[in-house]
Design a protein. Structure first.
Lengths: 425, 229
């Protein structure tokens, strides 16, 4: 007793208050369950926000990944080794040399699943009285067969097998009025302004689902192309690399390659896909912000109700000696628990759903098949879990709920204990 | 030898209600010595609760000074006032005002936790005080599981476990029957006589007044009568 009486107030203010943290944590958690329905409702709002962001981001990750993979497997690859100026100026003489050395170099990389050498040029394709412009590509049929989906796009005839074979896009074949076995003559510009010419028999017609390709594409063997367009045996326009994982694209593109070539990642080869992904993610981000704002207002409302209901109790805590800052901390801790509850619920639901979908996939309706082909999407979508979205969702909910409590907590901090204690229950 | 715990000098408290000034306290002088058991009586609106609030640092006088244990409350900011209440004053409220989500034992430990008392010492002191008040079997019960009398005893335990210089009680018997009130007052008397706890209780209840050694009556914000014995 004497010790308490003799203790000056100034020194009391310096006493450690760490013991208060435990009781504030316990108070915050238990207070949540004084009104379970309201707690579950508010936590559900937080859970929905977390679910919405993480689930949709993960599904989009999977979708974008599938689109990129489909596009890469069909034609473009994840990385292309080109002449440094070829992307901006696809002139015929922007060639890469020592292709066999580059193929050997690329094939030894563990990230690389397959390589394909290609040379290409625009040409005038003629059959009988009809002539149309097209994109003629020389490919190695064996390399393409390993990983490219182009051979599987054949709708009539067969894919390239050897010298003299020609495959046309379905619309180009229709425009030229040719079918399997018909001969097509191609005229173009070879190296150093020479005339490039080839006459080959159509062995197959393919349909990619992309109008531009179906209207212009013509494929022949690389040897036929080199002969007709007068390229050297070790020259081509692109070495196309397919990787096991899309995430290795930057690393493979960024490694040192031979002099006189440059590695282009798919992000440079398909800038429109990058823009589409960014656009979709911007929309997603905006939607999440809107939902988060609604959740913040819901938390504000919850805590305004809490301090209204517990005014007398909060006044009593002040009367017993709790500082204004501790009382404010008390509410922030309660909001923290609410956020932990909501985010845990949201992440658990998201995890379960994504786990189920990662096994079974999300089937797309038959009516969207044409659209899927155009956008190179698979028939089933599989999620790819986004840790980044998880981080963003949890941190933004933590910050959002803490900001939401600022106003109610400020009111509590300013509360006069004598007035609070007068309030009727 | 003069050893005042409470010193009130010329304290007035004026409220404004609907733009009309209400004089809840008018120039009150009061000194309470250590170890006294004082009752503040008077009709409703006489100023007894206001005086109790001013002494307890829950309200500030419009004019005049209040000192507790030698510390002038007028000089303290809100945080310092909170610290003074935490360390020097115990409160017993009319409606018990226990924290409903904490058990009886946790309620008793609460103020010690705010003070930063270690866990082992807290547990021991809480167990001792609950036992001395006959509540040793009630420690794990929450307030809603206790009777009114038991809740008020827990509130007293919470108020005195930190051995404050002053115990303030605002209508401590208002919600209790006469038997429970008698038990509570016996308890307060024991605390006052054996532990030397200084008690100031605002009350309407003649039974509480009869237990107090010093009875002060207020009327219209002024001390009308101050008698001992």
């Amino acid at each position: 007793m004497d010790e308490a009486l003799n203790r000056p107030v100034a020194s009391l203010r310096l006493n450690p208050k760490f013991g208060a943290v435990n009781v504030l944590l316990a108070l915050g958690w238990r207070n949540l369950w004084r009104n379970p329905r309201r707690t579950w409702l508010t936590a559900s709002g937080i859970a929905f926000s977390v679910w919405m962001l993480v689930f949709s981001w993960s599904m989009n990750n999977g979708t974008f990944g599938a689109m990129i993979d489909t596009a890469a497997r069909q034609f473009l690859g994840h990385v292309q080794i080109q002449h440094p100026e070829y992307l901006d100026d696809p002139a015929f003489d922007h060639l890469i040399n020592d292709v066999s050395g580059l193929v050997e170099d690329a094939s030894n990389l563990p990230e690389v699943e397959g390589v394909a050498v290609r040379a290409q040029s625009t040409a005038l394709l003629s059959a009988g009285e009809r002539s149309f412009g097209g994109l003629v590509i020389g490919v190695d049929p064996q390399q393409e067969a390993v990983w490219s989906t182009m051979p599987s796009r054949i709708v009539e005839g067969r894919y390239l097998q050897g010298a003299g074979d020609l495959v046309l896009g379905v619309r180009l074949a229709r425009n030229l009025g040719v079918g399997i076995g018909d001969e097509v003559v191609m005229l173009g510009t070879a190296l150093k302004g020479g005339v490039a010419a080839a006459a080959l028999a159509v062995v197959g017609i393919l349909e990619t689902g992309q109008a531009e390709m179906d209207r212009t594409l013509a494929q022949m063997t690389l040897d036929d192309f080199r002969a007709g367009w007068q390229l050297g045996a070790d020259q081509a326009h692109a070495l196309v690399l397919l990787l096991h994982r899309n995430k290795d694209t930057a690393a493979v593109a960024g490694r040192p390659w031979a002099d006189g070539v440059i590695a282009r990642p798919w992000t440079e080869l398909m800038p429109e896909m990058v823009q589409m992904v960014e656009l979709k993610r911007s929309g997603q981000g905006l939607f999440f912000v809107l939902i988060a704002v609604i959740v913040v207002f819901s938390v504000i409302n919850t805590f305004m109700m809490i301090i209204f209901e517990r005014t007398r109790e909060l006044g009593m805590l002040r009367a017993l000696g709790m500082r204004g800052g501790q009382l404010q901390t008390h509410l922030h801790i309660e909001a923290f628990w609410l956020c932990i509850l909501g985010t845990s619920l949201g992440l658990a639901l998201t995890g379960i759903l994504l786990a189920l979908l990662s096994v079974n996939g999300l089937p797309l309706p038959e009516s969207t098949r044409e659209l899927m082909m155009i956008y190179q999407m698979p028939e089933r979508l599989y999620p790819e879990y986004s840790w980044g979205a998880t981080w963003v969702a949890v941190v933004s909910m933590l910050i959002g709920t803490q900001l939401a409590v600022l106003l109610p907590a400020w009111r509590v901090r300013r509360m006069l204990p004598v007035e609070a204690l007068r309030k009727e229950d | 030898m003069s050893n005042p715990v409470v010193e009130v000098r010329g304290a007035s408290r004026v409220y404004t209600e609907d733009a009309v000034p209400v004089h809840a306290l008018r120039d009150v002088d009061l000194t309470v010595q250590r170890g006294e058991f004082v009752s503040l009586a008077g009709p409703s609106g006489s100023g007894k609760s206001t005086l109790l609030n001013v002494i307890g640092g829950l309200d500030r006088p419009t004019s005049g000074t209040v000192s507790i244990d030698g510390v002038c409350l007028n000089d303290l900011n809100d945080t310092e006032l909170a610290d003074l209440r935490l360390h020097k004053i115990g409160f017993v409220f009319q409606s018990y005002n226990l924290i409903p989500v904490l058990s009886a034992r946790e309620n008793v430990e609460f103020i010690m936790q705010l003070q930063g008392v270690g866990a082992a010492e807290r547990a021991q002191r809480a167990a001792d005080i609950l036992q001395s008040l006959g509540l040793e079997t009630m420690g794990d019960r929450r307030p809603g599981e206790l009777s009114g009398g038991q809740q008020q005893r827990v509130a007293v335990a919470r108020a005195i476990v930190t051995e404050p210089a002053l115990l303030l009680a605002d209508e401590p018997s208002a919600n209790l029957d006469s038997t429970t009130t008698g038990e509570l007052l016996d308890l307060l008397r024991v605390l006052n006589e054996t532990r030397g706890v200084t008690i100031v209780a605002a009350t309407h209840d003649p039974m509480v007044m009869s237990y107090a050694k010093r009875r002060i009556t207020l009327r219209d914000g002024r001390i009308e009568n101050d008698s001992t014995g």
